[in-house]
Ligand binder design. Structure first.
Ligand code: MN
Length: 191
């Protein structure tokens, strides 16, 4: 099985000024593509030759895990973003956020803190467990919370390649802009 780089759900300049076309040319066109290429080079002759990305995330180790998870994580990240964002999740998810974090503002503060304080490269996630309880999870490098049995609802890529061209070292500024383009409709549908 050959993995493919999926199409973006919007035009490369659609997220400007929050995420620029230049960033997407590298982040999607170079980094995401490289994970796809690396994965396709690594899997032939291994037990993961015909495995889905989800199976790779749960079972693989080393380079196959790192590249497979990064392919999935990036596709998921693009599908967390939209140029036509709304400020709030839909009522069912909003109720759960209020229940599990106290308020939507407290959730945003905690998530922003998780994204800003994650040391080095990685991802901040909003996840739900089997009972529907929400939590915020920090994952380093290619980490994905499906490995721990959680269902991902939302993610923020905090690898430097996600923001360095636009924001240089100012990760908190990237996270502030990232909130403005979250696709709460899709995130709510996942809940
Ligand atoms: Mn990335």
């Amino acid at each position: 099985m050959t993995h493919q780089l999926p199409e973006l759900p919007w035009a490369k300049n659609a997220l400007e000024p929050y995420i620029t076309e230049k960033t997407l040319e590298f982040h999607y066109g170079k980094h995401h593509q490289a994970y796809v290429t690396n994965l396709n080079n690594l899997i032939p002759g291994t037990p993961f030759e015909n495995a889905s990305l989800e199976e790779i995330i749960v079972k693989a180790e080393g380079g196959i895990f790192n590249n497979g998870a990064q392919v999935w994580n990036h596709t998921f990240y693009w599908n967390c973003l939209t140029p036509n964002g709304t400020e709030l999740p839909e009522p069912k998810l909003l109720d759960a956020i209020n229940r599990d974090f106290g308020s939507f503002e407290q959730f945003k503060d905690q998530f922003s803190k998780a994204a800003a304080t994650l040391f080095g490269a990685g991802w901040a996630w909003l996840v739900k467990d089997e009972q529907g309880k929400l939590s915020i999870v920090q994952e380093s490098n290619a980490g994905n919370p499906m490995r721990k049995g959680f269902t991902p609802l939302l993610t923020c890529d905090v690898w430097e390649h996600a923001y360095y061209l636009d924001k240089q070292n100012r990760r908190p500024d990237y996270v502030t802009d990232w909130w403005k383009i979250v696709d709460w409709k899709k995130v709510s549908e996942r809940y």
